[in-house]
Design a protein around this ligand. Structure first.
Ligand SMILES: *[C@@H]1O[C@H](CO)[C@@H](O)[C@H](O)[C@H]1NC(C)=O
Length: 309
């Protein structure tokens, strides 16, 4: 190992998008539009929730927080990815690469926790409607939000503390469009088998277990509704199916990327694009278009704006 002899890696090269020039221009335009829509859509949700007192309920506060996290998650990777599409030399500094992985798992871990909190919120709302406001108090809600950021932080720190000190000595080609743990760890010039297993457990297994438990809890909620008040099954089904779609879109790619034996899907560019570019846009679309109250509030906000100017 001669990484101390001045050959330490100072930047990584991202080759996920090298190739056809026309195709890169096409992706540049497409991703710029999608990213713009993601930022606008999520900010619109945050503003609508904050401005409309009819939406001052736990469910919408959680939705506002989800939108915020989605926007952060997308911002960690997408702008850099977009600018790389037009660059001849697609590189990222060592620090930039570490920062990207840190924030991706920070926001990702927080979002994972938030999705579980949202499932709990739906459980209380549907199965204990009379006690909903008492159980989901502001105090509890704030604690949940703090909890989700804390878990995100612990999740990312546990992995990054072990990654940031790895010796890199020469190999710096990453076969993807942003830095992610499985690919970066592989470039280290020591045996990283234990660390790889740790990441599989910390990111992959955790995603898999959360996803599984969420599906089980949504099924349980539906069974309870069906048993208690068959009449409201269709309404519950329409609310919960939005949640189930969002949860699947979020965890699906995570499970493929992290839980599969190292490398099989980690350099899959389509999967990477899906969960950093597409999912953060789909969340607001799914939650908003299927939600009458949200649509009404947005229309109201729009009319207020127009009549004020
Ligand atoms: C996040 O949730 C808290 C409730 O604890 C709420 O006060 C806050 O407005 C929410 N943030 C957004 C962006 O909706």
């Amino acid at each position: 190992m001669d990484y101390e002899n001045g050959s330490a890696v100072t930047e990584f090269i991202l080759v996920g998008f090298s190739g056809n020039w026309q195709l890169q221009i096409f992706f540049f335009v497409t991703f710029t539009l999608i990213y713009g829509a993601t930022v606008v859509g999520n900010i619109l949700i945050i503003v609508t929730v904050a401005a409309n007192s009819a939406l001052h309920s736990p469910m919408y506060f959680l939705l506002g927080n989800l939108s915020f996290l989605d926007m952060c998650l997308s911002t960690v990777t997408t702008p850099k990815m977009i600018s790389d599409l037009l660059a001849a030399h697609k590189s990222i500094s060592f620090q930039g690469c570490m920062a990207q992985m840190f924030f991706m798992h920070f926001f990702g871990g927080a979002e994972m926790t938030l999705l579980i909190v949202m499932a709990f919120d739906r459980y209380v709302a549907i199965c204990k409607p009379l006690h909903y406001r008492i159980i989901m108090s502001h105090k509890l809600l704030n604690r949940f939000i703090i909890l989700s950021w804390t878990i995100g932080f612990i999740h990312t720190m546990s992995q990054m503390a072990l990654t940031v000190n790895l010796p890199f000595c020469g190999h710096n080609i990453i076969n993807n469009i942003f830095c992610d743990l499985p690919l970066v760890i592989k470039l280290a010039c020591i045996e990283t088998y234990t660390l790889e297993l740790f990441v599989i457990a910390d990111s992959g297994l955790l995603s898999f277990i959360s996803f599984f438990l969420l599906l089980v809890s949504y099924t349980v909620i539906l069974l309870i509704v069906k048993h208690k008040s068959p009449g409201s099954l269709s309404k519950a089904l329409s609310t919960l199916s939005a949640h189930i779609i969002v949860v699947t879109l979020f965890f699906g790619p995570c499970i493929f990327i992290y839980a599969w034996p190292f490398g099989s899907f980690a350099s899959n560019t389509t999967l990477a694009v899906f969960y950093t570019v597409i999912t953060p846009l789909l969340n607001p679309i799914i939650y908003t278009l299927r939600n009458q109250e949200m649509k009404k509030a947005m229309r109201k906000l729009w009319i207020q704006q127009v009549s004020c100017t």
